[in-house]
Write a protein that binds this ligand. Structure first.
Ligand SMILES: [Zn+2]
Length: 321
């Protein structure tokens, strides 16, 4: 069974699934120290409106990949989930491009204060017992590697994610950067830990049009996150569509998931910039725009179902202990 914000569901109940989204991208320290920056009641009502629209577009399940480092706030998400008819899955992990949090640099095996790795313990607790007293359990693990590559801090988090995966079986979702080859490096690391790459989604590789790179990653077993539709600043929409169409022609529909990586409210992207420059960067756009455009380009219904439903069920249900 797969944990959601409103209890457990079976793989069959997942339905059409957005595999890399965010309700909010926040900063937990700012939220404590500058609460006036976070109009929580307005954020909740906006989220309910957008998620109602996601549901109305034909989506059944929304995977929220906000973790520590991007202000994960499960108590607020639980309030939203109570008001929308959508399965929302939450993640555990730590989002960093460079350093691990200081407590994890100096506490842990072989570190200044020798002992068990604190990140691993937190991730396992989130998956097994639940998050911040809500009883909501994390469904997936998340880590990131971006412009600085595989730094010591990135590796510290990945090691904890790998250990938590080996203990719990929860699937791993990554944030990678195609400009810096971190998707392949993430695969190298997880493979070196004996992890089946079929349970690892390499995120954001839809930012490239490099078919050879995409095939290399997919041929090792991982699923490709074609998950930033509408983020024009990284790759224009039409090129993202072209790439998915080409990969479907090459037989990779069973290795791709479609999403937007957008959010209802983000500390990082001002609303005005999004309205003006990123009109399609919205989780409602996958069923309302992307899927119809793929159909028009000749992608078969069975391939669309594979990318929207089949792959999610396979990944999210696999290997749970
Ligand atoms: Zn993301």
């Amino acid at each position: 069974m797969i944990p959601t914000l409103r209890g457990e569901i079976s793989a069959e109940e997942l339905g059409r699934t957005l595999m890399h989204e965010h309700v909010f991208v926040l900063n937990a320290e700012l939220m404590i120290n500058y609460p006036e920056l976070f109009p929580v009641e307005e954020m909740v009502s906006r989220a309910v409106e957008v998620l109602d629209g996601v549901r109305a577009s034909g989506i059944d399940t929304f995977v929220d990949l906000s973790v520590m480092g991007t202000g994960r706030n499960v108590p607020v998400l639980a309030r939203i989930a109570a008001q929308v008819d959508l399965n929302i899955l939450v993640a555990t992990g730590w989002y960093t491009y460079h350093e691990a949090p200081v407590f994890a640099q100096i506490n842990g095996p072989g570190r200044l204060f020798d002992g068990p790795d604190p990140l691993t313990e937190m991730f396992v607790r989130d998956i097994r017992e639940g998050i911040s007293g809500t009883g909501v359990r994390a469904a997936v693990l998340k880590c990131s590697a971006d412009r600085y590559g595989m730094t010591d801090g990135v590796r510290t988090v990945m090691q904890a994610v790998a250990d938590a995966h080996l203990e719990t079986g929860a699937p791993i979702f990554t944030h990678s950067d195609t400009d810096n080859g971190t998707g392949l490096a993430q695969q190298d690391y997880f493979a070196s830990r004996g992890i089946d790459l079929a349970g690892v989604v390499i995120g954001h590789v839809g930012d490239t049009t490099d078919i050879d790179l995409l095939r290399r990653i997919a041929d090792r077993g991982s699923v490709l996150g074609m998950d930033r539709f509408g983020l024009e600043s990284r790759l224009p929409y039409a090129q993202r569509i072209d790439t998915v169409v080409r990969m479907c022609e090459l037989g990779y529909a069973d290795r791709m998931v479609l999403a937007t990586d957008s959010s209802v409210f983000s500390m990082n992207f001002p609303d005005e910039h999004r309205r003006t420059n990123l009109p399609l960067w919205d989780a409602r756009a996958i069923m309302n725009q992307v899927v119809p455009d793929l159909r028009d380009r000749g992608v078969a219904e069975v391939q669309i179902e594979q990318m929207m439903t089949g792959n999610a069920a396979r990944i999210l249900a696999a290997g749970r202990k």
